[in-house]
Design a protein around this ligand. Structure first.
Ligand SMILES: Nc1ncnc2c1ncn2[C@@H]1O[C@H](COP(=O)(O)OP(=O)(O)OP(=O)(O)O)[C@@H](O)[C@H]1O
Length: 312
């Protein structure tokens, strides 16, 4: 018999963590189905790493409850650690060991049976076989991240939690990394990946967005945009740069930002925004209403939350 929630890889409610006086994570609920790839987004210092660490049993929440892979996050952290592959933000492998030696070291830590075969298979699966004798310290950022991904899949986890795995990595290497994520997902792994890149968010089945500890949105990218209550007008043509300065802080324009040669002017009040745009019908500039981008929506959500990261 299956229990309600069995299909959820993560099912937590009220997750809270305070450091000193600052609530790093404030009553966050997440219900993430198994087998999906979820993006975890939010401004710097918003509590993504802290949440991931609580979910995978490395940090005890001050409040809240729930399960990860069916295990209680408060009581069964050992089981969770065994079944989750966690890739930290900072490269944490041995630079003076080769790729293969690093993986063998990790295999020993997990006491993996049939170590040679598992390392061979992992090298092959992540396209590292030809580089297995290269010292980790001599790898480019993209290859280092691939090694880190290999290391966190070695013990055959059911779920991966990847903390900003592609930060500072070039676009081709990012694309290759995401191909690997989707390949692993196709094999049945559930993946939660934190990122600041909008294109990566759009590669996910669903996303969670937190700002300064608070959950602001959860769902499919399209639905989050639809439910944002945000309206966007785009201005193109000569003179848009002057427009930007003029529209900043005007009633109706909550956010003004460049995307390529176009200016996106967004706001939550359609009447006020339309009135503002009507007053800016100048020669050389063409206006049209557009669907807000995910970035427009995130900036909007961020503006609705209180930045608690300043040092008191
Ligand atoms: N061990 C700790 N002790 C004290 N404060 C901490 C600790 N870990 C995190 N914080 C604080 O908690 C808040 C959330 O940090 P966290 O690293 O979880 O955010 P994040 O969303 O992962 O940020 P980034 O995108 O910059 O990696 C920050 O204000 C951070 O300074």
């Amino acid at each position: 018999m299956t229990k309600a929630g069995d299909n959820l890889a993560i099912d937590v409610r009220g997750l809270t963590k305070t450091f000193g006086k600052r609530k790093a994570v404030d009553s966050v609920d997440i219900a993430m189905p198994r087998g999906q790839v979820w993006g975890f987004l939010g401004p710097n210092g918003s509590g993504k790493t802290t949440t991931i660490r609580m979910l995978c049993g490395l940090l005890r929440p001050d409040a809240g409850q729930g399960t990860c892979l069916g295990y209680d996050i408060l009581k069964h952290s050992r089981e969770i650690k065994r079944q989750v592959g966690y890739m930290t933000q900072k490269f944490s492998y041995w630079e003076d060991l080769t790729i293969r030696e690093n993986l063998e070291f990790v295999a020993n830590l997990y006491d993996i049976a049939n170590k040679k075969q598992v390392v061979d298979d992992t090298l092959e699966q992540l396209g590292l076989t030809t580089r297995q004798k290269q010292l980790a310290g001599t790898l480019s950022g993209g290859w280092k991240q691939r090694l880190a991904l290999a290391a966190c899949t070695l013990h055959s986890p059911k779920m991966l939690m990847l903390d900003e795995p592609t930060a500072g990595v070039d676009p081709q290497a990012r694309r290759d990394f995401w191909d690997q994520i989707h390949r692993l997902s196709a094999q049945g792994l559930t993946v939660l990946v934190s990122t600041h890149y909008m294109d990566e968010a759009e590669r996910c089945d669903q996303i969670v967005y937190i700002a300064y500890g608070k959950l602001m949105a959860q769902g499919r990218v399209e639905d989050i945009i639809d439910q944002s209550g945000l309206y966007t007008f785009v201005a193109e043509g000569t003179g848009v740069r002057e427009l930007m300065e003029r529209l900043r802080n005007k009633t109706g324009a909550d956010h003004v930002a460049y995307f390529g040669n176009a200016l996106h002017v967004s706001g939550g009040n359609l009447d006020a925004l339309t009135a503002l745009i009507k007053g800016e019908q100048v020669v050389g500039i063409i206006w049209h209403q557009a669907r807000p981008s995910l970035e427009d929506v995130f900036i909007h959500l961020m503006g609705q939350s209180v930045d608690n990261t300043a040092v008191a």
